[in-house]
Design a binder for this molecule. Structure first.
Ligand SMILES: Nc1ncnc2c1ncn2[C@@H]1O[C@H](COP(=O)(O)OP(=O)(O)O)[C@@H](O)[C@H]1O
Ligand SMILES: [Mg+2]
Length: 282
């Protein structure tokens, strides 16, 4: 295999059990490659293993069988090259925005000897990230003074501070309102282009998954598994108005229908339908 086609992330036959082996695995035989600078989104019914797969890629969760590689090396623990961003911002409320972003470097300064050039580079990086994330004007504010969207920008800026090659995001915009989310979508696509990171992004919002992803990976529950993979037929540079195109809407319908089928939700909907028909007939 030549280096140019080696995927950034590669899962091969990954199994994960939380309980006894006789029960449903949280991940059953999961195989997935993510290309360098790829953007893959994971969707699927609640409990299908999206967070488990992401945490396993992050090295935060062990697994029971299979292989998991980043740049061809086994993933066994968390590493700065693979940064994670969660729904809840996990900022330090007693530090300003700028201090929150610099924080990981501060820790590094205490634990390793660094030259003043390193410190200067880190400081320049922090300033660049404040600008990139549109936070320069609130650099000295405290997280509690900011909106949810701004707080999440700080969290992303901090994740980028260590120049991660992989960004693992678990429903990072799940707590934000629709308008703020649209802004965050274009911002994260901009970051992805500029920083050339590889992104794996978990969401339960199918529209978000299609708008951001080059590929949408649909997972299904009981057992947690990959059900299907959709290539997104949109140009690389996304525009909000693409959400109204035929291709976009058709893909959204297909994915929603498949989630309904694989989640057991269709059974619930059929039951509701029967109940309402019985009520109407009575
Ligand atoms: N720490 C844990 N201990 C036991 N079971 C867990 C744990 N984390 C997740 N699970 C189970 O694994 C399955 C997948 O969960 P998760 O990855 O959180 O799904 P998703 O993110 O798709 O909603 C679920 O059945 C969940 O209950
Ligand atoms: Mg989850």
């Amino acid at each position: 295999m030549t280096e140019s086609i080696q995927p950034k992330l590669s899962a091969r036959g990954v199994w994960k059990f939380f309980g006894p082996r006789s029960g449903h695995p949280a991940l059953r035989d999961v195989s997935l490659d993510v290309a360098d600078n790829g953007f893959v989104t994971l969707v699927g019914a609640s409990g299908c293993g999206k967070s488990t797969l992401l945490r396993t890629l992050g090295g935060l969760e062990s697994f029971d069988a299979g292989t998991l590689l980043c740049d061809g090396h086994a993933i066994t623990a968390p590493a700065p090259e693979r940064a994670m961003v969660f729904q809840h911002y996990s900022l330090y409320p007693w530090l300003t925005v700028a201090e929150n972003i610099r924080f990981c470097r501060r820790l590094g300064l205490f634990t390793r000897s660094r030259s003043s050039a390193d410190v200067e580079a880190a400081s320049g990086r922090a300033d660049a990230l404040l600008h990139l994330m549109g936070l320069a004007h609130v650099a000295d504010a405290y997280p509690g003074q900011l909106s949810g969207g701004m707080q999440q920008r700080v969290a992303i800026g901090r994740a980028l501070m260590s120049r991660p090659r992989v960004l693992l995001m678990d429903e990072p915009f799940g707590a934000l309102d629709a308008q703020t989310r649209e802004v965050m979508h274009d911002l994260i696509l901009h970051v992805h282009r500029l920083e050339k990171t590889t992104v794996v992004f978990v969401t339960h919002d199918v529209e978000e998954a299609i708008y951001l992803g080059q590929r949408v990976v649909l997972m299904a529950p009981r057992p947690g598994r990959i059900d299907s993979v959709y290539e997104v037929p949109l140009p690389a540079t996304r525009r909000q108005e693409m959400k109204h195109t035929q291709e976009f809407l058709q893909l959204k319908r297909d994915i929603l229908a498949r989630i309904r089928m694989t989640s057991g939700m269709q059974t619930d909907l059929d039951l509701l339908d029967q109940l309402s028909r019985a009520a109407a007939a009575a």
